[in-house]
Ligand binder design. Sequence first.
Ligand SMILES: [Zn+2]
Length: 411
Amino acid sequence: MRPASPPAAKMICPMRFLSFLIILSLFPFAAAASDDGRSCENDTAVIDADFEGARMSDCNARTKKFKIRIDPENKPINPSPWYAFRVTPKTQDEIEIVIKYSDARHRYRPKRSEGDGVWRLVDEDRVKLRRKGKSVTLTLEPGTAPFIIAAQEMLIGEAYETWEKDIAARARLTRETIGSSVEGREITALFSAPQTARDEKEYVLFIGRQHPPELTGAFAMLPFLETVFADTQLAKAFRERFHIIAVPLMNPDGVANGHWRHNMNGVDLNRDWGPFTQPETRAVKATLDDIAADANSALRLMFDFHATNRNVFYTQTQEDVTRPPNFTQDWLAAARVRLDGYDFERAERHQSDLDTSKNYVFGRFGAPALTYEVGDKTDRQAIHHSAVIFAEEMMKELLAGAGSPLASAGE
Ligand SMILES: [Zn+2]
């Protein structure tokens, strides 16, 4: 007999996200199991992947257990083995599922949602790694209704749309389609401009979700943007000086199709900032081209939100001269003083041939450009809390800096 579950399973989603997590949860639970090979069934349960964001490459029902195979969308690929499938219990027996990864090892601790908008970690004693993590066996409590097992808490396109429209209405932002994905999904951006026209237009750019499974980056990006678009003195002063462009969901196809990393052409978008062979990266490049084409415009900052095995900021080196200067050092120092319970490091990276957003934006504009990486397992409340502080200190730091000497000369 396994020990009984604790009375209250750990809730891992920040309350703030609750409303739109509920919305996204309704969608998967409304779909019916299909007979197209994306489902399998035995006496204990039905398992299927017929919902947005699902990934289950093959499902095989045995008498007492299920065998699921998880493949990437194409190879070679970085090991971010995303999985998401739905379980519909038929009895009160425990449900045993063996997940086998092709070309990857277990990375994401399974989360479970009963459709109430809350995701809980599956208890550790119900998760057994086999063959050095090439497969994992889950022994699940049955429950009385369908539930979803996923690599991370799910955040699909519909949830982004709801969130973007809501914040656009509250903060009087413009929400525009700046391009469309390979499968024709809209790439949308939020724009904010100062109410009083200024001689020099200073821009900041925030992008996210180039890599679909990197949810903890999204859990930082949304509260970060909420802080920038908030009704506070600081945020209002910031928006009165800076033009803000935010593209929270750059790879909507990858998210919808449960990809490990790539877009629908099998391309890593964060290796396409240079070639620009993909519509998703070209959409953002077009907005950067507009800034570059205007002699009175300057890009001041770019953050690209991701997730990895720890909290880390990939930045320019101390020797690189950015405009504004010393932003990264001063900003991280100011944030660190206020942060308790959020360990992070700065990893300085020389400009390289890697076609990342960071290298491209710094190379073209000289602006501080950094990759905001959040650990896969970082406490969700800590991600939220720290993102607010990072946003506040970012705004203070940029507001303290003067405009560019060239543009302000002769005023
Ligand atoms: Zn990434």
